[in-house]
Structure formats: structure tokens, C-alpha cells
Design a protein around this ligand. Sequence first.
Ligand code: DSN
Length: 403
Amino acid sequence: MSTILELIKKETLRQAQSIRLIASENYVSQDILIALGSSLTNKYSEGYPYHRYYEGQEYIDEIETLAIESAKKLFGAEFANVQAYSGSPANLAVYFALLEPHDTILGLSLPAGGHLTHGHKVSISGKWLNSISYGLTPEGHINYEEIEQLAQAHKPKLIISGHSAYTRQVDFKRIGDIAKSIGAYHLADISHISGLVATGVHPHPFPDADIITTTTHKVLRGPRGALILTNNPELATKIDKAVFPGLQGGPHNNNIAGIAIALEEALAPEYTQYCEQVIANAKALGEALKSKGFTLVSGGTENHLLLVDLRNKNIDGDTLSKALNSVHIETNKNSIPFDTASPFKPNGIRLGTPAITTLGLKEADMETIADFINQVVESIDNTDTLAHIKEQVIAFITQFKQY
Ligand code: DSN
């Protein structure tokens, strides 16, 4: 067996023996793994279904059409592009479709829970565009009044709603109304919450957003990739041109097939139950952590993720996430709103429940996980205790369905 195949086996085992709490990760189905590893990866297909530049597309056209139709049905959209390689290129394609260099955009700042591509200054979105950022209130909620003030003062051409580390529901209508009042486009990047939106357990950005982007591999539980959705035919044409030939070459057909399967899975009633359980588990984990003296940004959660403010625990997010990883609990360090510490040693960690909910964990199991996390904080320098916790974690998580 090649070294790479050996490493893949080790990674599969590592995932099976870990409590995976990274809010943007999940486990895909066996059908999706088959699609990803299929002959579809051998094929070039520049263009769109039934309008390609290379021959031999009869099955590829059918696959991409099925993905488009399922995306439209799941999100109630008239147009869907399924070719963007991932969330960042999807957002860039929207900017390329709608904006000129140096146009102004307004998005949630990265330290407040936004994304690099929402205008951070190290990203092309902050270098080639004039990016302005809004933040949160001291209570950890989106500061809608600040959006309004910044929109009036700077007249951005595009306002972005959506986030990577925000624990409350987004008021898409309020942001859409602000965008309308200044003639700006409203882009809702729902990458983190798209499954919740599709199943109605989080408010939908349509009709208050002009365009929706989402990755396909978070709560949505598909392979890596992205969707760009709109109900506006003019914007749809511009977006298709921006994705290809504007930004990308041949689409990743194996991923598009996996996306088509994930969307079909998400259209089934069991997926709505899954999304409801994702939120129930996040709330239960939050309450269990609070009962052990942990502080949560915004006091709790209304979606799939939690941000833990560690300042009262006398430990930073880098040290804790590494210690948790050593006992097979995967999290990521994360800045908390108004964090004065460096992003390399921030004061928070981010936790999410999409992956563990796929394994079948329920509210009562969140008590166990909160207990493991608390034990790690209390035994941070005790290698013997950490080794013992690791054994308990592996015994606990391997009781559940394996992927
Ligand atoms: N890296 C993703 C996340 O973890 O939220 C965002 O792109």
C-alpha cells in the first residue's frame, strides 16, 4: 500500500476515535465518498450543461443538471450555480459578477465572527475592494445600527450578511432593508447555516437577499464545494459568466456529483430532524458548559455553534484546543468579540455539533462532552490524567455509528 493510502487509513481511524467539535466539519455518506473517488474526476467539462467545449459530456450534463435542480428545490431559488470550487471562490465570483475594482463592500469583521472573504485586509476582498466592517454589540449580537450608520456613511455597493463564528440567528430582512435603502446588493453567505436555512430551522435570506452563497460541506453534509443561488435572471447570467470563464476552468465533476447526492439527502425528511437535533445538541452543550462555570459569547446559541470565552478559566484558546486535541477532542481556537489577545493565542474556542449529531449523539451525551472538556481544563498540566481522559473519550465516541 502506498504511503498516502496508509495515511488515509490512519486519518479515518483518527476521525473515528475523536469527538469532532469543529463547527464547519461533518461526515459525508458512503455514497458521497464513492462519487468523490469515481471516474468523474477524469473528465474535463468547461462550460455548463449542454453547452460544453469538450465532447463526452452525456452523463456529466445529467449529473450537473440534477445538482442544479436539487439546489433550486432545497433553497427555493430560481437559479443555481454548482461549479464554484469552494466558499471563497464562490464569494469572489459574486464580487467579480457585480463589482468593479475599488468598489465598497460592507461585511462582518473577521474578529467579530466574519470571514476572510468578507473584506478582511489580507484577503483579495479587502485589497482589491474598499472594504468596511461592522461588528457586534457588547452582548455579542450583530450591531444592526452600526450596519445602518456605515451603510449611510459609505454607500457600499454590496452588503454581506453571514458569518463563520456567530451564535445567533441573523436578521436577513433588516440587512436586506438597509441594502435596499441605499441601492446596494445584499449577499447572504450562509455557509455555516445553509442546512438549517434549507430546513426552516433558521430564517431564510430570500427574498431579502439578492444572492446566497454557501459551501456544501458544513451542516449541509456534502463534499467540498459551493452553491451560488439567486432569483434574479440578470444576476444569474452574470454569476455563471463570473464562475466560468471569469474565475475558474473545468468544474470538479466528482465533487458536483457528491453535491448532488448531498442535496438529495438534504431533501429527505430525516435531514430536517438532523438539523433540529444539531441545534438541540448545541443548546444542551452550552447549558452543560455553563453549569460548569464556562462563559458563552452572547450567553448561548441559536444555531449549531458555541463560542466559549475562556477569560474566567485562566487559559487561552490555543493552549486549550491543543490539550483537547491531545485527548481526541477536536475544536479550534477562536477570537472572541473585542478580543485584545493575538489570533494565535485568542481568548476563546469555537465548538459545533454538526459532526457529532451525524454520529447519533443526543442531548444527554452533551453532558458527557462538557464534563470531558471541564476535566481537561482542570488537569491541563497533568499528563497522566490527560492520558486517562483520552482513553475515556475513545471508549465513549466509538460506541456511536462509524464512518
Ligand atoms: N474555515 C471555515 C470555518 O471553519 O468556519 C470558514 O471558511
